[in-house]
Design a protein around this ligand. Sequence first.
Ligand SMILES: *Cc1c(COP(=O)(O)O)cnc(C)c1O
Length: 366
Amino acid sequence: MEVPLMDLKTQYFDLRDDLLQAVDDALTSMQLNLGPNVQAFQEEFAQYCGSKYARGVGNGTEAIFFALEALGVGPGDEVITTAWTFFATIETIVHAGAAPVIVDINPDTYTLDPEEVADAITDKTRAVVPVHVFGHPADMDAILSITQPKGIAVIEDAAQAHGAKYKGKRVGSIGDAGTFSFYLTKNLGGYGEGGMITTSSDEVEDQIGLLRNHGHRSKYEHEIFGYNGRLDEIQAAMLRVKFRYLEEWNQTRRRLAAMYDERLADLPVETPYEAEWAEHVYHLYTIRTDRRDDLSAAFEEAQVGHSMHYRAPGHIQPACAPYNLASVELPVTTELAQRVIQLPMHPLLKEEEIDYVCDVIRKALA
Ligand SMILES: *Cc1c(COP(=O)(O)O)cnc(C)c1O
């Protein structure tokens, strides 16, 4: 047997007729600049998240960057975030002209530790970017109770958590803005690049509208120096087809995660944690073990797809050298970097495949 980490081809063939029809309709209409699919998808996505607005942008990285800019982050500011994330979270803070301040994470949820955030706040702190990493929400109330009295903005990086819930609310609707990626492999992925920003603030929505479209207030008027950062109409057309299945796929991921949990319960590995206030959407199914090398060797041998996010967390990346982040003490992040490994997880994963993966783990650790 061979069990891939994910299976995007089979999913494409399942949806092929609808996807190709959606593309053909979009091309036939030839309304390809912020056309009817982008408009409708924004409405649908905002409603789903429980935000007043959703605005489609070029990708998830640009979504974070525009949210930072729209919330006034710039040179001289500090932005607090985690190293336990895809590098884009840190990259965009630097592109906005601010200094990234990296703090440690909670050892169970892997998301920003609110006490660490509180300790890192200075007069220069302008924003905090919690990441709902692997699909588990950050403890938003604890973070907001620290930031709100100080007027510090909160941007939720929800690139891995479309549909996840925090105390019954969808992620992306809780902070000042939420940012999403529709990269191929995400829980909701297109077939190219795409991103979305959610917000319930009229001012943030207005700024995003200008930033993503050359500062256009109207056809011949450029109010600010913006960017070419619109969500592509063809991607939006395909994303709307897939969006209809997001909730079902997330529930399937949760069911598959429970199967893994059960089969791994008596083995010397730690399975993912779900806080009682959280609804995890298992973008990645991550286990912890002191014998990761043995496991990865066994997976290679048995053709089981796996990954090790984040074996090299953001703060130790060569690009961060000018910010002296490598010397920051992050005991939880550092320990996890050596112990985590991800197992195959996608909505088409079969029970027999989970059995096979768990058998490989059992034998490798025997
Ligand atoms: C994927 C991802 C991004 C970037 O999204 P792109 O669409 O690839 O630009 C940002 N943050 C996190 C946590 C991600 O997983």
